[in-house]
Write a protein that binds this ligand. Structure first.
Ligand code: KIV
Length: 288
């Protein structure tokens, strides 16, 4: 297992100060988190993209806090040094502060996450402040916020107009003032993302937000091409095509079972010949 020192919120901030890029990848289960840990990513996000990439939903809206706790537990069993952040799912931080704290606490106490992530701007400041007061580190997430996809009306780049850019900058500053330790910028124009990175002292983590952020996050399945039919996205670089490899492997397995070439003698176990002879006779078949 890794000999790295565990990453903390303070370390992430120091990385920004020192100009060291921060690496974040999503993971949803033990093997993917173990691979991310071995690759020495700085932070693992148990994203509610779980919905689309693992659970087969069309948006992140249906994911529940129980789903998130379940998958966060699996991830934190593998993560040692990588800092684990778990997403607060749809509508679990917009009600009472009590309910928000209860939901965030579940991700930390049951899931063993080190921090939670919330989507939204100035409107979620009370939730962020309450969590930070309670000792729950919060990563904010602005720009394209997939939980509001039905309101936004599609996966569109944010911050193109001056009004939008000004509003996003105000949101980012309000979230920093509320105590967020970092902020995800999703599908934000690169000029705005770079400007925010300069204006804030907390690290910005971009996804489709250009190279001017303090770090980058990508969805595990996107960067590894882990789908039967990967759907290319402009802001994603595919570093592998594991979906294709898995499909070939599965097809070969089906073929070999059907044609009798698997399992071979090297995959099977034998009892001693005298025991077989006693039980089944020389034919090797059971005695009547
Ligand atoms: O759920 C997720 O994977 C995310 C990333 C896209 C930042 O929120």
């Amino acid at each position: 297992m890794s000999a790295r020192k565990p990453v903390t919120t303070a370390k992430l901030r120091k990385m920004k100060e020192d100009g060291v890029p921060i690496t974040v990848v999503t993971a949803y289960d033990y093997p993917s988190a173990m691979l991310a840990e071995l690759a020495e990513v700085d932070a693992i996000l148990v994203g509610d993209s779980l919905a689309n990439v693992v659970l087969g939903y069309e948006s992140t809206v249906p994911v529940t806090i129980d789903d998130m706790v379940h998958h966060t537990k699996a991830v934190t069993r593998a993560a040692r040094a990588s800092f684990v952040i778990a997403d607060m799912p749809f509508n679990t931080y917009h009600g009472s502060i009590d309910a928000t704290l209860r939901n965030a606490s579940r991700l930390m106490q049951e899931g063993l996450a080190k921090a939670v992530k919330m989507e939204g701007g100035a409107e979620i400041v009370p939730a962020v402040e309450a969590c930070v007061r309670a000792g729950i580190p919060v990563m904010a997430h602005i720009g394209l916020t997939p939980q509001s996809i039905h309101q936004i009306g599609g996966y569109k780049v944010q911050g193109k107009s001056s009004d939008q850019a000004v509003k996003l900058m105000e949101d980012a500053k309000a979230l920093e003032a509320a105590g967020a330790f970092s902020i995800v910028l999703e599908l934000v124009t690169e000029q705005l993302a770079a400007q925010m990175t300069r204006a804030l002292s907390i690290p910005t983590i971009g996804i489709g937000a250009g190279a001017g952020c303090s770090g980058q996050v990508l969805v595990f399945h996107d960067l590894l091409g882990y789908a039967a039919k990967p759907q290319p996205k402009r802001f994603v670089k595919e570093y592998a095509r594991i979906g294709e490899q898995i499909l070939q492997g599965l097809k070969q397995y089906v073929k070999e079972v059907k044609d009798g070439s698997f399992p071979g003698p090297e995959h099977s176990f034998k009892m001693d010949d005298d025991v077989a002879e006693y039980l089944y006779g020389s034919s090797g078949k059971p005695q009547a």
